[in-house]
Each structure stands twice: as structure tokens, then as C-alpha cells.
Design a protein around this ligand. Structure first.
Ligand SMILES: Nc1ncnc2c1ncn2[C@@H]1O[C@H](COP(=O)(O)OP(=O)(O)OP(=O)(O)O)[C@@H](O)[C@H]1O
Length: 580
């Protein structure tokens, strides 16, 4: 599954909402552009009068005054243009920051299942490349297009007011402009979308290769990955070529449509002047207007082209916000009992392929439950549903009477935390890595949490203690240590229920055993769901649920299940044999 693109209606809604919420600033910016162009229009008029005055041998003072006025107009136009551009850029930056924040907020709230199936590369390229493209468009295209459109509108009006007859010369450009543009845009839009999608694939491929570098090297998959990345790159370049060939067919038509009117106006002007229907100054002014139109027209079309790229980038960025989030997330706190209650829980990753087939289970508050079972039985899936990182197809998971899927993220995080095998170490200080959720946590509390997970000695050995920078660019943290840090984070987050899914799997068995014993004490009054791959973890749990093929097939204490001689006893004996 790919992340969606926002459709045209969503794009319009976003634009309308944005303009509405910044109405006065949009109006002020537009006014400045209008003023800039209006002042600029006085230039050709003054020049026309100047030519006529020189022709009529007017006094030198008059000619000097006209030339001075012309200079003043140019200075005023430059100052106004600067102010307009500055305002447009500031407004653009603000809009961009809002779009970026909205996207990041939504991306962080996306259901994990969606991120997994879409691939993090796509999300990453939307958050980086597409935001960059949008940045470029907002920074440049919007101010340039606004300026160009206003300049074209006002120049055309001035031409009509100066001489409607001569202004008719502009019409020769219309058929060429309209026909070539109507040919170009419908063809280029899908190609532009394809170009961006393919570059996103290139980025995703590179990202995967870097992330999985160790696996690739261990399995000697380097050549295959390189071939795949080259294939992705070729596809992107092909799409780029298609786009460029469309552009090279369209651009000459544009260029021609700028020069044709100047020729036509000169022809009409020559005839009109000789017939006494137009003065020389009028012809000069209209020709200058026509010539001055070519720059904004060129800008307009070039930036409209850029706007296509920016528009598609915006569709990709806003598309992230179109993914439905898990559950209604209405404010609702767990009420009364905090027993974990699962009723007829069903779940499938793909339609028609159910992996949990109706789980019914009640875990009393404060109980330690171990879930065991063969690989693929659905243990991790169940853990994720309990933690609210997935939404069941039917049935429910609730704390007391409050559905997990109805809890807002903030309260859900206080209620239940899922700790999996893969733990991320952020590129920041050890202190910030621990106090992710609560920046007010004091050093003593942080050190106590580190001690609880067996990192007392480690932190003592760090040059800068809690201020040591970890992760990329700092101290490398091995995966097993990252698991210990993650456990310390959980202790600090202090949720009511903890789901541990292979949370100590990377530690050696002695450390893992010591840590689990320490955790058992620390989490004594918490509900703990421990998805156990090492059966010694299960043994100490108050209750054990044995899963097989998406169902709970046995439930009870260790001794009880051993006596029953069912699948648990079998797994346990097999594990003992394995361990010798
Ligand atoms: N992201 C996913 N997309 C599609 N199918 C998945 C996904 N994750 C798990 N599955 C499938 O769901 C079923 C249950 O997987 P799950 O990981 O919950 O089992 P498990 O008991 O935790 O296994 P293990 O002990 O190997 O982690 C398996 O058939 C697995 O292939």
C-alpha cells in the first residue's frame, strides 16, 4: 500500500482555509504588488510624453522634469517591489511552516501498520524532498506568479487605455499561447507526478539499503541492491527525460508568442501613424508595453510550471493527513477497574487473511501474564493491539470499560507502553533520551532508572554522564544497551500496563534474567504482558497464555500447565532440551 495523494478537492480546501486564516496579510501583499505595477506603468507613459516633447522641440526644463520624473518612478517601483516580495516571502515561509507542522503531527500519529506497509522511505521523502520542493515553490513561485499576473493585467489595461487599436496587436499571440499551453499542461501533469513518485522510490531504495547495510553485507546482496537502485534511478531519469522533451516542444511556442505582438504592433503603428490615426509617442508607449509584457509572461509560465511541481509536492504532503488515524481518539479516560479486557478480538493485516481469530482474555490489574507460543502464532500482533498501535477488525480491547482505540494518545501512553525488540536511540544527550516524555525529570530519578536496568556502571564510565551525546554523531549504543535504555524509559514513563515484546531478547541470558527479576520487582504493581521467547520468563509469570495460530489454546499457571501435559509442557521440555 502506498500513502495517498491529496485530491484536488482537499487541495482546494487547504488553500481556501489558508487564505481565510491569513486574509489580511494576503490582502496587504496583493495591494503592494498592485501598487508596484501601477507605479511601473507610469514609466512607458512618461517615456511616450518625453518622445513627443522632444519631437515637438519642447523647452529643456520640461524635458529635464520629465526625465527626472521617469527616474523617480523607477526608484519608487524598485522600493515597492522589494517590500512586496519581502512580505510575500515571509507569508510563504509561515504557510510552509504550518503545512510542515501539520504533516509531522499527522505522520507521528499514523497507525504503525500503515507506515509499515507504505514503507518509511515514502514518508521520509514526503517529509524531506517534497517539503523542500514546496519550500522552493512557496519562496519563489507564489511571489513571482502574483507579481507577474498583476503586471500582465495592469500592463494590458494600460495598453488598452493608451490605444485600443494598437493593443489589438497583442491578439496575434493568443492562438499560439492558448493552443500550445493547452497541449502542454494535460500532458505534463501526470509526467511531473510520475517524476516525483519515482524520485521518492529512489530515495526509499537508498534508505532501505543504508538501513539494512549489515544484512546486505552479511548475505552478499550488495550487487542485487545496487542493481535495484540503478533500476529505480533509470526509471526516475526516464520520467525526467519525458518531462524535458515535453518542455522543449512547448518553450519555443512561448518565445514566439512574446515577439509576434511587438512586430504586429509596429506594423499597425506604422500604418496608423502614416494615416494620422496615432501619434509617434503613442506607438512608442504601446511597443514598450508589449515588450515589457514578455518578461512577466515568461516568468508566469515558468513559475506555473514550477507550481505544478509544488502542487504535486503539496498533494503528497497533504496526502499524509488523509490517512485515517486509528480510532476516534475522543477524550475518554479509563474508568473504574483497570483490568485489561479483550473480547472476541479479530485482526488481519491483509483482507481475508485473519491472524487473530477471536481472542477472549481478561488480565486483572497488576497481574503479570506471559504469552508464549510458536513463531507466527500472533503474539506480537496481540501485544500491539493491547498497546493501541493497531486497530482490531472486530471485537475490543479495553481497560475497564474504556476502549483502547477511544483513548487520546496522551492518556493511552500513560496507560500502556509497548516495548519491542527494536529500540531507537535518538541523536541527543543521554538525559534527553531518557526524559523523552517528561523534560522535568530530575537527575536522581534518571540515575535511579538507569540503575534499575543495570546501567549504573555504564553511566559512571561516561565522560559527560547524563550529558553524553548518544546516537548518530555521538556515542554509539549497541542494540542490547538500547534495550536497557528503553526499559529505563518505560520505568520513567510509569505506565499502568507494560507490554514487553522480546524487550530483553538482545541481552545475554544472565543479564536478561537479572534484568527481568529486577523489573518484576519494579513493575510489581503494574499489569505486565510479557511476550516470552525464553520460557524461563514465562515460568515466573502469574499466568501463562499459550497461543497457536491466532488463538489462545491454553491458559494457567506454570505448574498447572505442566501437569496438563499440553502444548506448553511440550514447548517447555523442548526449550530445556535446547538449553541442555
Ligand atoms: N506487518 C505484517 N504484515 C503482514 N503480515 C504480518 C505482519 N506482521 C505479522 N504478520 C503475520 O501475522 C502472523 C502473526 O505474526 P506475529 O508477529 O504476531 O506472530 P508472533 O507469534 O509474534 O511471531 P514471532 O514469535 O515470530 O514474532 C504471522 O503469520 C505473520 O506472518
Amino acid at each position: 500500500m502506498k500513502l495517498p495523494l491529496a485530491d484536488a478537492a482537499a487541495l482546494r480546501r487547504w488553500l481556501r482555509g489558508t487564505v481565510r486564516s491569513h486574509r489580511s496579510r494576503f490582502a496587504a501583499t496583493t495591494l503592494l504588488y498592485v501598487l508596484t505595477t501601477a507605479v511601473g506603468l507610469a514609466g512607458p507613459q512618461l517615456l511616450g510624453v518625453l518622445v513627443e516633447s522632444v519631437q515637438a522641440a519642447a523647452p529643456v526644463l520640461r524635458i529635464d522634469l520629465l526625465a527626472g520624473a521617469f527616474l523617480l518612478v523607477l526608484i519608487a517601483q524598485a522600493l515597492l517591489a522589494r517590500a512586496a516580495r519581502l512580505r510575500a516571502m515571509l507569508l510563504g515561509e509561515e504557510l510552509l511552516a504550518e503545512a510542515r507542522e501539520e504533516m509531522v503531527e499527522h505522520a507521528l500519529a499514523l497507525p504503525l501498520g500503515v507506515v509499515e506497509s507504505a514503507g518509511t522511505g515514502d514518508l521520509l521523502s514526503r517529509a524531506t524532498t517534497d517539503i523542500d520542493r514546496l519550500d522552493h515553490t512557496v519562496r519563489n513561485a507564489l511571489p513571482e506568479i502574483s507579481a507577474a499576473m498583476i503586471a500582465i493585467g495592469l500592463t494590458a489595461t494600460a495598453m488598452l487605455l493608451t490605444s485600443p487599436l494598437l493593443a489589438c496587436g497583442m491578439l496575434v499571440a493568443v492562438p499560439l499561447l492558448v493552443l500550445s499551453t493547452r497541449w502542454y499542461y494535460p500532458r505534463s501533469l501526470p509526467v511531473v507526478q510520475q517524476v516525483m513518485e519515482r524520485w521518492s522510490d529512489v530515495q526509499a531504495g537508498a534508505h532501505e539499503s543504508v538501513e539494512g547495510a549489515r544484512t546486505i553485507s552479511a548475505l552478499r546482496l550488495g550487487d542485487r541492491r545496487t542493481a535495484r537502485n540503478e533500476h529505480l534511478l533509470d526509471r526516475a531519469v526516464d520520467a525526467e527525460k519525458r518531462h524535458r522533451s515535453l518542455l522543449t516542444a512547448w518553450l519555443p511556442c512561448l518565445e514566439l508568442s512574446y515577439v509576434l505582438p511587438v512586430g504586429a504592433i509596429l506594423l499597425i503603428g506604422g500604418w496608423a501613424h502614416s494615416a494620422g490615426a496615432a501619434q509617434l509617442g503613442t506607438v512608442v508607449a504601446v511597443v514598450l508595453y508589449a515588450q515589457s509584457l514578455s518578461a512577466p509572461l515568461d516568468e508566469l509560465f515558468m513559475w506555473l510550471e514550477e507550481l505544478q511541481v509544488g502542487g504535486t509536492a503539496l498533494q503528497r504532503v497533504l496526502g499524509v493527513s488523509q490517512v485515517p488515524l486509528d480510532g476516534p481518539r475522543e477524550p475518554a479516560q479509563p474508568v473504574g477497574e483497570r483490568d485489561l479486557v479483550m473480547r472476541d478480538l479479530r485482526f488481519s493485516y491483509r483482507p481475508g487473511r485473519e491472524v487473530l481469530h477471536g481472542i477472549d482474555l481478561v488480565v486483572p490489574a497488576g497481574q503479570r501474564l506471559a504469552i508464549v507460543g510458536p513463531s507466527g502464532a500472533g503474539k506480537s500482533t496481540l501485544g500491539r493491539l493491547i498497546a493501541g498501535t493497531g486497530r482490531p477488525d472486530s471485537g475490543s480491547v479495553a481497560f475497564g470499560r474504556t476502549e483502547v482505540t477511544a483513548m487520546p494518545t496522551e492518556s493511552l501512553r500513560r496507560e500502556v507502553v509497548l516495548l519491542t525488540q527494536e529500540q531507537h536511540v535518538f541523536a541527543c544527550s543521554l538525559r534527553d533520551n531518557l526524559a523523552l516524555l517528561d523534560r522535568e525529570t530530575g537527575d536522581e530519578e534518571l540515575l535511579a532508572a538507569l540503575k534499575s536496568v543495570g546501567l549504573q556502571e555504564w553511566v559512571r564510565g561516561l565522560d559527560h554522564g547524563l550529558d553524553t551525546r548518544l546516537g548518530a554523531g555521538g556515542l554509539a549504543v549497541p542494540a542490547a544497551r538500547a534495550q536497557q535504555l528503553a526499559l529505563a524509559r518505560v520505568l520513567l514513563a510509569d505506565p499502568h500496563t507494560v507490554v514487553l515484546d522480546e524487550a530483553t531478547s538482545l541481552l545475554d541470558s544472565t543479564t536478561s534474567r537479572d534484568l527481568e527479576q529486577a523489573l518484576a520487582t519494579l513493575l510489581a504493581d503494574r499489569t505486565v504482558i510479557a511476550i516470552a521467547h525464553r520460557l524461563h520468563t514465562a515460568r515466573t509469570a502469574e499466568r501463562i497464555a499459550v497461543m497457536s495460530r491466532g488463538r489462545i489454546v491454553e491458559l494457567g499457571e506454570h505448574a498447572e500447565l505442566m501437569a496438563a501435559g499440553g502444548s506448553y509442557a511440550e514447548l517447555y521440555r523442548a526449550a530445556k532440551v535446547d538449553l541442555g
